[in-house]
Write a protein that binds this ligand. Sequence first.
Ligand code: GNR
Ligand code: NI
Length: 172
Amino acid sequence: MTIKPLIILPDPVLRQVSKPIERIDADLKRLADDMLETMYDAPGIGLAAIQVGVPRRILVIDVSREGEEKQPQVFINPKIVKSSDERSVYEEGCLSIPDYYAEVERPATVSVEYLDRDGKEQTVEADGLLATCLQHEIDHLNGVLFIDYISRLKREMVIKKFTKAAKSAKAL
Ligand code: GNR
Ligand code: NI
């Protein structure tokens, strides 16, 4: 298993729309395992393949709490088929936008259809942190970031800060 480097804002790769997975083979399972290792190392509670530069519709999540047994989950070609009218607000962060956090309002409950790592069709009715995380990760598959939901002024400030940081890192 390998920890892969994370793609960081403002890399345009993060705006790519990821393509469906057509075959669940050994390479894909290795990608899922590498994504989980990368997520645990970060540490984070979710990771989409595009965050390690792979534009494919696969994401991993583990919302188990510290000290509890790990609950790694792999979602292939996930699709939101139902969203509640009820909303909830979470303070979100993103491994591709390190050390920036903002409150985001999203549907409180979602039903998501997907294939698991064995290629079996599954449906999950998610609420709480899992619902928020699934929506955050599925957004990544569509090139959407959580800063797209904050005010334009705040978003432009964050992008400017990360653009400057990327330029000075490059100058080294
Ligand atoms: O680690 C993460 N924490 C988090 C907290 C609140 C809402 C969403 C997330 S996902 C994030 C990891 C990440 O960037 N996934 O794409
Ligand atoms: Ni993210």
